[in-house]
Design a binder for this molecule. Structure first.
Ligand SMILES: [Zn+2]
Length: 176
């Protein structure tokens, strides 16, 4: 049954290859490496113009339910003709979170208030004073808690989703 509140697990992610060998620094090679993670869409400008030789960055369409490899094994042909293996490290710069229980993007099972009701922030009560202090200290966390508090209620969830789409990303990531 189609549930309009369910979100697809397909998302856009940014990955990069730090310390990529120079001979891999072409779009086709980067795309073929990125295909191990998902569907490669485009390299970033610095990669395209080769202005940042230390690191190639690429946008990929991923299924958030799939496994994300940390490195890829490739065969490099030496001048002697000998093939040697090399591990290419993959760095995940931005991958949205997905909750398989709620079937929405923006948080994962570990952060889910449906699975872990004990994580749900209590309104008022004895812990009120302490909570306010924490909110001051960790503003990013406070926003995240407030937003996720809405996600128990279906009506609010619609608003939450609309808001989130407007904002572009999931719950606000901490800015350091
Ligand atoms: Zn959830």
């Amino acid at each position: 049954m189609f549930d309009p509140l369910e979100e697809t697990s397909t998302a856009i992610a940014w990955i990069s290859f730090p310390s990529l060998p120079p001979n891999f620094f072409v779009e086709e090679a980067i795309f073929s490496l990125a295909a191990a993670v998902g569907k490669p869409l485009q390299v970033d400008l610095a990669t395209k113009n080769q202005t940042r030789p230390s690191c190639a960055r690429v946008k990929v369409e991923v299924d958030l339910l799939s496994e994300f490899p940390k490195r890829i094994n490739v065969g490099l042909r030496r001048q002697s003709g000998k093939i040697c293996e090399k591990w290419i490290k993959i760095k995940y710069d931005y991958v949205p979170k997905y909750c398989q229980s709620c079937k929405i993007q923006g948080h994962n099972e570990q952060q889910c208030y449906i699975i872990h009701p004990e994580l749900y922030p209590k309104e008022g009560g004895e812990s009120g004073g302490k909570k306010n202090k924490e909110e001051e200290l960790h503003d990013g966390d406070a926003i995240q808690k407030k937003k996720s508090a809405e996600h128990n209620d279906n009506k609010d969830q619609e608003q939450f989703k609309a808001q989130r789409q407007k904002n572009g990303a999931g719950w606000r990531r901490k800015v350091k």
